[in-house]
Design a binder for this molecule. Structure first.
Ligand code: ADP
Ligand code: MG
Length: 530
């Protein structure tokens, strides 16, 4: 009776939605499993692509976990965490985005029965963290270094790595062609960390094989005014002036307010404007540059002026392209044309405006600092080229990681099987419930080879049994799914490699995400304020 008289305590605003306890954990797990199911079929070389179209009518075809997750527009708060780890995997290492989502989903799925049985999340979390630490140490132990090889050898090895990444993509059919292009591009930029030094330019039409690599910078011809046709389109060893100013007549007039009392004064203002622009143009010419690029507009007057003096110009060059030209040619972008000294001018071996498909391209090759490369991608539909670009991005990231960390592990589920075996073995040495938890973690890792089989139409149970046996025998650590025959094969010998950092990051991120979701037992949704 006393309890009934107690006033109800209202802590949160009316309309607040809360969900708590075990039921909440389970519901979050279910949401994450659904998300993992959405990307499941894209894993591996035989993975399928997804066609996503949004309410604006844009369609995207992709195999890339991060891209799909981004486009799925997931609203469930817990499932959003998976979107975030896919994104972070994409930005940290560039590949393994499907893997990370699948692993997280599987860790949760394996943990679900325990939660249902009343195991406290924290116990599960503790064991998962231990398992993850052990797994990562094992990967580091198994990783093989490609350091200390000759450049040629290294190139072949890196190309193999890139080919593995590309094999699961739409352009997989031409993986060797693109893999060597990617390796050349990455080696061209050397140690520089800035990814944007490798540009990818898309030109719809033509054949994939018409794609080519420029050892330098290339960008689509910018909008140009009359007079442009008279400018020379090819230079050998030109000096290049990079600007961030407008070379247009109208600019002065629009930047100022002028009050006149006598109409005759107007002429002097107009004259002054002409003088200002001619003065600027003169200074550009005097600098000795044969090519003038500006981030801002270069108007018709300037275009004609430069044409008369055999100078090439391009206005409205994008910031990114301009920066890449600066990095490649050794020039510095100027914000004024006063005192343009020789040091700020860039140079290159050959500048050329060339026709690619039905676009014209400005191409700077043989650049002194050599730290840029541009891949000009050709191919049919827009969606196709877009996906090809994303695939190349993955491959570029992989090669860069491999160059930097230079250790690789066997792919095709081999490394996953091996860690799984190792963890099961380890679990046997520990007593108590955590043995079960670590076993579940180990089982979850098998999702990678299983999914590779499923997606290729193989009998996953059969292949997994063979793999378990092989790994248990103690000498099959590198055995993974053979995507060509439906059996098992030494992935390492078949050059199905993955940089170890991809796996380490994926396991780390997936475990953290799973633990995070397991540790949330209450969701509070504030009412909308109207
Ligand atoms: P993610 O977005 O996780 O990188 P992918 O669709 O690129 O997903 O698939 C990667 C998986 O496919 C890795 O586990 C990799 O080892 C495996 N894989 C790639 N090429 C092959 C191959 N030729 N044979 C077997 N497995 C492969
Ligand atoms: Mg991949």
């Amino acid at each position: 009776m006393a309890a009934m008289l107690q006033p109800q305590i209202i802590l949160l605003k009316e309309g607040t939605d809360t969900a708590q306890g075990k039921a909440q954990v389970i519901s979050n797990i279910n949401a994450c499993t659904t998300v993992a199911d959405a990307v499941r079929s894209t894993l591996g070389p035989r993975g399928m692509d997804k066609l996503i179209h949004d309410d604006k009518g844009n369609t995207t075809i992709s195999n890339d976990g991060a891209t799909i997750m981004k486009l799925l527009d997931i609203v469930h708060p817990a499932a959003k965490i998976l979107v975030d780890i896919a994104k972070s995997q994409d930005s940290e290492v560039g590949d393994g985005t499907t893997t990370v989502v699948l692993l997280a989903g599987e860790f949760l799925k394996e943990g679900k029965p325990f939660i249902e049985d009343g195991v406290h999340s924290q116990n599960l979390i503790r064991s998962y963290r231990t398992a993850s630490r052990l797994a990562i140490n094992k990967i580091k132990e198994l990783a093989v270094s490609i350091e200390g090889k000759s450049l040629e050898e290294k190139k072949t090895l890196l190309a193999k790595c890139a080919a593995t990444t590309l094999s699961s993509k739409l352009i997989g059919g031409e993986k060797e062609f693109f893999a060597s292009m990617v390796v050349d591009a990455v080696l061209a930029i050397g140690d520089d960390d800035r990814l944007n030094l490798i540009g990818i330019k898309k030109v719809p039409g033509g054949n994939m094989r018409d794609s080519f690599l420029v050892n330098g910078v290339a960008f689509k011809k910018t909008f140009s005014y009359a007079g442009f046709e008279q400018q020379p389109k090819k230079f050998v060893k030109p000096k290049i002036l990079l600007l961030n100013i407008e070379l247009e007549l109208k600019s002065e007039k629009e930047n100022a307010e002028i009050r006149l009392s006598d109409p005759s004064q107007y002429q002097s203002i107009v004259d002054a404007e002409w003088n200002i622009i001619y003065d600027k143009l003169d200074k550009c010419v005097q600098s000795g540059a044969k090519i003038v690029l500006s981030r801002l507009a270069i108007g018709d007057l300037a275009t004609q002026y430069f044409a008369d003096r055999d100078i090439f110009c391009a206005g409205r060059v994008t910031e990114e392209d301009l920066q890449r030209v600066a990095a490649a040619t050794g020039g510095t972008v100027q914000t004024s044309v006063n005192n343009v000294i020789d040091e700020v001018l860039g140079s290159c071996e050959v500048f050329e405006e060339r026709q690619v498909g039905n676009e014209r391209f400005n191409i700077f090759s043989g650049c002194p600092s050599g730290q840029t490369a541009t891949i000009v991608l050709r191919g049919g539909a827009d969606q196709f080229i877009d996906e090809a670009e994303r695939s190349l991005h993955d491959a570029i990231m992989i090669v860069r990681r491999a160059v930097k960390n230079s250790t690789v592990v066997a792919g095709g589920g081999a490394i996953d099987m091996e860690i799984s075996r190792y963890l099961r073995q380890h679990a046997r040495t520990i007593a108590g419930k955590s043995q079960l938890f670590i076993n579940s973690y180990a089982k979850a890792l098998e999702v990678i080879p299983r999914q590779l089989c499923d997606n290729a139409g193989f009998d996953a149970t059969d292949v997994l049994n063979k793999l378990r046996q092989k790994h248990a025998s103690g000498e099959g650590a590198n055995y993974g799914v053979d995507i060509n025959t439906g059996g098992i094969a030494d992935s390492f010998a078949n050059f199905v490699w993955e940089p170890s950092v991809v796996k380490i990051n994926a396991i780390n991120a997936a475990t953290e995400a799973a633990c995070l979701i397991l540790s949330v037992d209450e969701t509070v949704k504030n009412p909308k304020i109207h």
